[in-house]
Design a protein around this ligand. Structure first.
Ligand SMILES: *Cc1c(COP(=O)(O)O)cnc(C)c1O
Length: 390
């Protein structure tokens, strides 16, 4: 008999009833150090007092109104994002997938309005843009698309980290290039800054729009508000979600005026997108994370974690191969199956997330205390030692 919850997930046998900072608790009081943060969602940890207060305050006044009316919280969050980024305009969604959907629609509408037949969006091996019919077609992996055809046309998946293949494919028939500055699901694979710069230049040359998927690597994760800032470039369109709501479902598409020009009244919409509750929380998240002093701390913590992970790798050369990534978005490449490491870590009381390419992801809350970082690495050390003696 099928489970009453559609069985599309492989769930660990853990049930959390409470969270506080970087810790999750089961009902019997057993606690786990959360280095996964709901897959980079709980950017400020669990039950951050300022977020709880923002949610409470808004909940007492007004939960939801339709986008048929003015929503001041939405306006304020859009203004804050426009203020701090390349973007001139923002559309709010409830998820990263919905942000991908709009980004793709926006690209198509841009070329439609120009009266040009440019329909191909270039994407990359190992990409993840969500699970909608468009987003699986964009990523193109067999694992996600098998059985769900016919796939939406208009995407061409290129090998990852192959500048020559990109050069050959990116001519002036291409509508857009869509890429994660740091691949998340694909195994914490950063695009080198020089390649992002070259990609921006190639898009400028051919007119193709540059669409960045910063759903996982954005919102302070890499130590800048958005990951592309490290390369000193700006996209035309950017997808954001995960961390932006700190755990409340919220996503966004940011765009330049030029890229968004075709998206006039009636061309897109969402019942819940940008509702008062989500935006009240998002505004508080933004206020905290966009503070340069907060981002400095993310960078300092990232250095600390990376240094401790180098020590861990040196202590367990048969278990770990190396560390890669950016800021507090780090991946340990493993010499043992990553799923075994994830469960050994869980047994040692630390939660990590597997990714492709036999990686375990460390994507903790951006405000994780130094002591918790040290504790996490010590528990990973215990987990590795356990696997080695087993
Ligand atoms: C998680 C993720 C998505 C999809 O976001 P959902 O909120 O799960 O729909 C898209 N792109 C990237 C890079 C992601 O990590």
């Amino acid at each position: 008999m099928i489970a009453s919850v559609l069985p599309t997930y492989n769930r660990a046998p853990l049930t959390f009833v409470r969270g506080e900072g970087s810790w999750l608790f089961e009902s019997d009081g057993r606690r786990f150090l959360d280095m996964g943060a709901g897959i980079a969602v709980n950017a400020l940890g669990h039950a951050h007092p300022a977020l709880v207060a923002a949610l409470h305050a808004q909940a007492q006044d007004l939960w939801h109104v339709s986008n048929l009316y003015q929503i001041p919280q939405q306006q304020a969050l859009a203004d804050a994002l426009v203020d701090r980024t390349f973007a001139d305009t923002v559309f709010f969604t409830n998820s990263g997938t919905e942000a991908a959907e709009l980004a793709i629609k926006m690209v198509r509408k841009y070329w439609f309005e120009k009266g040009e037949d440019r329909l191909t969006i270039l994407t990359f091996d190992g990409a993840f843009h969500g699970r909608s019919t468009a987003a699986i077609a964009a990523a193109g992996s067999d694992k996600m698309t098998r059985g769900f055809g016919p796939l939406m046309p208009g995407f061409k998946v290129l090998p990852w980290n192959d500048p020559e293949a990109l050069d050959a494919a990116l001519d002036d028939s291409v509508a857009a290039v869509m890429i994660e500055p740091v691949q998340g699901e694909g195994g914490i694979r950063p695009v080198p800054e020089s390649q992002l710069k070259a990609l921006r230049a190639a898009c400028d040359r051919t007119g193709a729009l540059l669409v960045l998927d910063e759903v996982q690597c954005g919102m302070g994760r890499t130590g800048r508000l958005f990951a592309h800032e490290w390369a000193g470039i700006a996209p035309d369109i950017m997808m954001v979600a995960k961390g932006i709501g700190g755990g409340f479902p919220l996503g966004a598409v940011l765009a330049t005026e030029r890229a968004a020009a075709g998206m006039v009244a009636g061309t897109h919409g969402s019942t819940y997108g940008g509702n008062p509750l989500a935006c009240a929380v998002g505004l508080k998240v933004m206020e905290i994370i966009a503070d340069p002093a907060f981002l400095d701390e993310v960078n300092r913590k990232a250095g600390l974690l990376r240094q401790k992970l180098e020590g861990l790798i040196a202590a367990h050369p048969d278990t770990f191969e190396g560390v890669r990534g950016s800021g507090l978005m780090l991946g340990l490449t493993c010499r043992k199956p990553n799923t075994e490491l994830v469960s050994a870590a869980r047994d040692a009381g630390v939660l990590v997330v597997p990714a492709a390419d036999n990686v375990i992801r460390l994507i903790p809350a951006l405000n994780i205390p130094d002591d918790d970082l040290a504790e996490a690495v010590s528990r990973l050390d215990q987990a590795a030692a356990g696997l080695e003696t087993a």
